[in-house]
Design a protein around this ligand. Structure first.
Ligand SMILES: Nc1nc2c(ncn2[C@@H]2O[C@H](COP(=O)(O)OP(=O)(O)OP(=O)(O)O)[C@@H](O)[C@H]2O)c(=O)[nH]1
Ligand SMILES: [Mg+2]
Length: 313
């Protein structure tokens, strides 16, 4: 049998691989790099991701569906508890678990805590992904790889693979997909060809606004920001070749004292958030956009079940 016939007989595989890890480990950046397009927002602030985001990698013989999850952390609010629950539900359902550990930080109690929980999930293959390798030299990387290997041995299991990657430096990103795919079940494609995510447009738009709002804010404020798109409507009376989409969105914060920081002197900060996110939104939707942002207080929403429900958690 020639190699060609052999490969054409290779079974098609499709399934789900989730990325889990501490906040800021690089899960969302890696998801985007694998998909080849931004499907999840990212930031230098921990706890950026607040819901699972699916990104789809298409290959002739496989469909790899990545599930980016919120960073698992010690919860201090009801929101934090909910996010951790989402992670645990996700890793119980997927075909492969990818545990992301940044190369530039020594393994800490947070990583060990997660690894211990993973050790209890016997049926699912686990791949250790050492992220951000561009930030370390080869000696540091080697030490990290050994420490990661040691970590599973101490807990009585083996990683299926240990893969160093750099999403920013595009190092070994497609190799990671090559290694995940054989761990998926035989299956026809689960999503239509060409789909890169199943995120609703309104959610993606809200996330792009939140991403712009996160930039440059510090301390507790990033956690306090939530964004909800209220309406997206094509402007009436526009010629067919000059469409305009009106988007109305609310930016929520938790306390009246945070309002001034988000809006900025003479409204400049909010304006910048609008300008910046509008560019990304127009690129996403492929149409000119008029973006109308309002800042509202949802008092202590991270701790309030009613407010959380209203904000979609
Ligand atoms: N140098 C470098 N930085 C990276 C890499 N991957 C991610 N980062 C940076 O690390 C920070 C966190 O990245 P995210 O992808 O948002 O991390 P996350 O794990 O999704 O974080 P949460 O959603 O908060 O759990 C951002 O500032 C990224 O730019 C990488 O490969 N190299
Ligand atoms: Mg993330």
């Amino acid at each position: 049998m020639s190699a060609r016939t052999q490969s054409s007989e290779a079974p098609h595989r499709a399934g789900f691989a989730c990325f889990v890890g501490r906040p800021n480990a690089g899960k969302s950046t890696l998801t985007n790099a694998l998909v080849g397009q931004k499907v999840a927002i990212t930031s230098s602030r921990p706890q950026t991701t607040r819901h699972t985001v699916r990104g789809i990698v298409h290959r002739p013989d496989a469909q790899l569906i990545l599930v980016d999850t919120p960073g698992l952390h010690k919860p201090r609010t009801l929101l934090g508890e909910r996010l951790n629950d989402v992670v645990r539900t996700t890793w119980a359902e997927v075909d492969v678990i990818g545990f992301c550990l940044p190369a530039d930080q020594k393994l800490g109690p947070g990583d060990k805590f997660i690894a211990k929980e993973l050790a209890g999930i016997k049926k699912t293959p686990k791949v250790a992904i050492v992220t951000k390798t561009d930030l370390v030299d080869s000696k540091q990387l080697a030490e990290q790889l050994i420490a990661v290997d040691q970590l599973s041995k101490e807990l009585g299991f083996e990683w299926q693979e240990i893969v160093p990657v750099s999403a920013v430096g595009d190092q070994q990103v497609s190799l990671l997909a090559d290694l995940l795919i054989p761990l998926l079940p035989e299956s026809p494609p689960l999503y239509p060809e060409g789909d890169l995510t199943d995120e609703p447009e309104m959610v993606m738009v809200a996330e792009l606004i939140r991403e712009a709002a996160l930039e440059g804010v510090r301390d507790e404020l990033p956690h306090s920001i939530a964004v909800v798109v209220e309406e997206m409507l094509p402007r009436e009376d526009r010629p067919a070749d000059k469409p305009l989409l009106d988007i109305h969105a609310n930016v929520y914060i938790e306390r009246p004292s945070q309002k001034g920081i988000i809006i900025g002197p003479k409204g400049q900060r909010l304006k910048d958030v609008g300008t910046k996110s509008r560019k990304h939104i127009e690129a996403l939707l492929g149409t000119p956009v008029y973006l109308d942002l309002h800042v509202k207080v949802a008092k202590d929403w991270q701790r309030d079940p009613k407010q959380l429900r209203k904000l979609g958690f």
